[in-house]
Design a protein around this ligand. Structure first.
Ligand code: 3HC
Ligand code: NAI
Length: 708
């Protein structure tokens, strides 16, 4: 086994290098190796000071997150990093942490246990544990306020956001920025401080009382607003507050209690699932990492509407020159005006500089013709959701595009194979389904047609990363992963209002569950007209005699398209703030009466169960059909595309947490109450529940191999 921590000497300075690729996490062996190397330096008479540095592109990215599951399952003892880090601080010779890349979580805690920190100008430091549902667990909440002050520590520990080198220097976390060779700069620094009394962070109490008590209340209020339903940020604040009230060792004990409470919570399990899930979705069976990808240097987008505009911005934001084409000058002007307005808003909010806005706009070429399309490496179609229109557009671009140009459709539901059939090169055609607003939402659903080439898939997955997106690969079926599941989710939301819940009750129940917004609010945001167009395309799959939602079509006929028309399921003011609309309540009651639907009291619990289990049941079918590669692909789709709370881990992980037996029992009850077909449990759900298994454990590849 290679050494995880290496000890060398450069004359009078010991250099301890952590070498645990890819991110130098504090995996088993690293803390022990660090402690041993510190002892070696202490015993080495030639050594006057010690430099601690990471091999490769980074310092330490934190504790090894893979170990947490083992602690929770009892396979490993509780986290014991603290004493190892204490041994760094107790070194009789000054220790200088040299930070490049990132020093995150346990990485920053290690650096703060050193006596000094020097930092590369591009490096970042942070305590991101809250993003995993945790708090710093190796003294971070006690050391950071001592170095950076209480307010900065609260901000960093409760938001998890990293700070850049300049900020770290200003805050007192870093002692010097080293331009040029970091190791040599750190060694030079070490020689300057060698022989001097080395400051121990845990004894630096002077900044602990620089904040008023009310800052904690304020921090809690902010944390509750930012992370609705999240426990970890509040625990992080409690731990930082403890630093101001308790001696260091007592504060660390309090931190450990809070850390363990978070570690054993379902929120942390879910967020860790989401962390690894975000990375797992890029692994596609049959498409190895070294698959050839096309070089994407120029892009073209067709349609400058809601989606085309956002997609154009996404490319420009990534520094890729992009042509955007429309059919009429008016539509093009409108699209460009929206793009400019979006950028101007970001400038006004201080999120973007005027220079950056100008550079991005300069990358966009608006036009009405196909001029220049022959040079594009990818063309993204974002015209109306209508098969005939899409096929016409694909036939046109097939004649113009160069042979190795990727032809991508942003269709949200239509058959990618049928679209590809309009071209002479179906292997170059793929779905690139962005989510609205496309320049903001992180999800890209990459839809694989039956002919889509491996290189085309690999390029889309890699390109997504460049565009700042998380890509999930979906198979081709009506609605793919996201919208096929959203259909039964919205169906149940609508049935519930027909049965007696108010629009607000349905929205509120799902919002309280943790969704970014309620289902009917989402329908109003996406556009009832858009839903109607999808519904029209979907009608041919519907089974005669099966109950269908009735109200949305009426809203469409009334021109109530949602937020964009100021009215949909709710009324909207000029700032798009929703309010109850008695006209809709009346419409719902009348429609229900005419259809003979009995109105009754509907509870929040039933509302959540029906909407969420409708998602889960459809997700199970997608998984069994192979449309989704793994349950985690569904989870990531829902977290990044539909505002599903990450702290519940996505719909499939949530079902695993509730227990598939319980989910199945509930679905069977709904089947009894509402009839078969819509609520027939997915065969995979039945099988896994009866076998006491989980969606997470279901490996489709193995199933397929076993079947063949
Ligand atoms: N533990 C275990 N594995 C980790 C890890 C960690 N802390 N951080 C990253 N990895 C793994 C990733 O899973 C990925 O594995 P894969 O290649 O098998 O998918 C690999 O390292 C590379 O990671 P990324 O793909 O994310 O690489 P990037 O270069 O894009 O990002 C990073 C690097 C910024 C370090 C990012 O990985 C990251 O944010 N990591 C998590 C940092 C974090 O949360 N640290 C706190 C951990 S908890 C803690 O320290 C508790 C302490 O207080 C006691
Ligand atoms: P939109 O109606 O806002 O924009 C479509 C634009 O395409 C219009 O401006 C129209 O003039 C233009 N257009 C039509 N034919 C054209 C052609 N031949 N050449 C150039 N431009 C042409 O529609 P929206 O909402 O942007 O939807 C576009 C596509 O994105 C659809 O397939 C839709 O299903 C999909 N989608 C929509 C989402 C949404 O929330 N609105 C989310 C994800 C995907």
């Amino acid at each position: 086994m290679p050494e995880l921590v290496e000890y060398t000497r450069q004359d009078d300075i010991a250099v301890i290098t952590i070498d645990n690729p890819p991110v130098n996490a504090l995996s088993p062996g690293v803390p022990e190796g660090l402690q041993k190397a510190i002892q070696q330096a202490a015993a080495d008479d030639q050594v006057k000071a010690v430099v601690l540095i990471g091999a490769g592109s980074t310092f330490i990215a934190g504790a090894d997150i893979r170990e947490f599951g083992k602690i929770v399952s009892g396979e490993k003892p509780r986290l014991t990093l603290l004493p190892y880090l204490q041994s760094i601080e107790d070194s009789p010779k000054p220790v200088i942490a040299a930070i490049h890349g990132t020093a995150l979580g346990g990485g920053l805690e290690t650096a703060m246990s050193a006596h000094y920190r020097v930092i590369a100008p591009t490096a970042q430091v942070g305590q991101p544990e809250v993003k995993l549902g945790l708090i710093p667990g190796a003294g971070g909440t006690q050391r950071l306020p001592r170095l950076a002050g209480v307010i900065k520590a609260l901000e960093m520990c409760a938001t998890g956001e990293p700070v850049k080198a300049q900020d770290a220097l200003a805050a007192g976390i870093a002692d010097r920025i080293v331009d040029g060779d970091l190791l040599q700069g750190a060694i030079a620094f070490a020689r300057e401080v060698a022989g001097k009394a080395a400051p121990k962070t845990r004894e630096r109490n002077e900044k602990l009382h620089d904040a008023m008590p009310m800052v904690f209340d304020f921090a809690r209020e902010q944390a509750r607003k930012r992370g609705r339903g999240l426990r970890a940020p509040l625990a992080a604040i409690d731990a930082v507050e403890a630093a101001t009230k308790l001696p260091f060792d007592e504060g660390c004990k309090r931190e450990a209690e809070l850390f363990n409470e978070c570690l054993f919570s379902s929120q942390s399990k879910a967020l860790i699932h989401a962390f690894f899930g975000e990375r797992a979705v890029s692994r596609i069976p049959g498409i190895p990492k070294d698959t050839k990808t096309y070089d994407i240097r120029r892009a073209a987008v067709i349609g400058a509407g809601t989606m085309g505009g956002g997609i154009t911005m996404t490319y420009a934001n990534a520094g890729i020159p992009v042509i955007v084409k429309e059919t009429a000058q008016e539509a093009l002007d409108r699209g460009m005006a929206t793009i400019r307005k979006n950028y101007a808003n970001s400038v006004a909010k201080g999120k973007l500089s005027q220079d950056a806005m100008d550079q991005r706009l300069a990358l966009i070429t608006p036009q009405l013709s196909y001029d220049g399309f022959e040079q594009a490496d990818i063309i993204v179609e974002a015209v109306f959701e209508n098969m005939a229109v899409k096929k016409q557009v694909f036939a046109e671009i097939d004649r113009i595009a160069k042979p190795d140009c990727i032809l991508a459709s942003n269709t949200s539901s239509l058959d990618v194979d049928e679209i590809a059939s309009a071209t002479s090169r179906p292997q170059m055609v793929i779905g690139n389904h962005f989510f609205s607003p496309a320049h903001v939402m992180k999800l890209l659903e990459v839809v694989r047609g039956k002919a889509s080439g491996k290189e085309v898939i690999a390029t889309s997955m890699a390109l997504a990363k460049r565009l700042g997106k998380v890509a999930v690969l979906a198979g081709n079926c009506f609605g793919f992963i996201g919208n096929r599941m959203v259909a039964p989710y919205l169906r149940e939301a609508q049935f519930l209002v027909e049965e007696g819940a108010s629009v607000e009750q349905v929205n509120d129940a799902l919002y309280r569950f943790g969704m970014a917004m309620g289902p009917l609010a989402m329908d109003d945001l996406a556009g009832i007209d858009v839903g109607h167009a999808i519904h029209k395309e979907f009608e041919r799959f519907e089974k005669p005699g099966v109950r269908k939602p009735l109200v949305a079509d009426r809203l469409y006929e009334m021109g109530r398209y949602g937020q964009k028309t100021g009215s949909g399921w709710s009324k909207y003011d000029a700032n798009r703030k929703p309010s109850h609309d008695p006209e809709v309540a009346e419409l719902i009651e009348k429609t229900a009466r005419e259809a003979g639907i009995e109105r009754r009291q509907v509870t929040s619990e039933e509302t959540v169960d029906r909407c969420i289990y409708a998602l889960v049941n459809e997700g199970a079918r997608l998984l069994e059909e192979g449309i989704a590669l793994r349950a985690v692909d569904i989870d990531i789709t829902y977290i990044y595309g539909y505002g599903f709370p990450a702290w519940r881990g996505g719909p499939m992980f949530h079902a695993d947490t509730v227990g598939l037996k319980n989910v199945l029992a509930c679905i069977r009850d709904f089947e009894k109450q509402h009839g078969p077909y819509l609520w027939s449990p997915a065969p995979l759900l039945v099988r896994l529940a009866e076998a006491g298994q989980t969606f997470e454990s279901f490996d489709q590849e193995k199933e397929r191999t076993a079947r063949t």
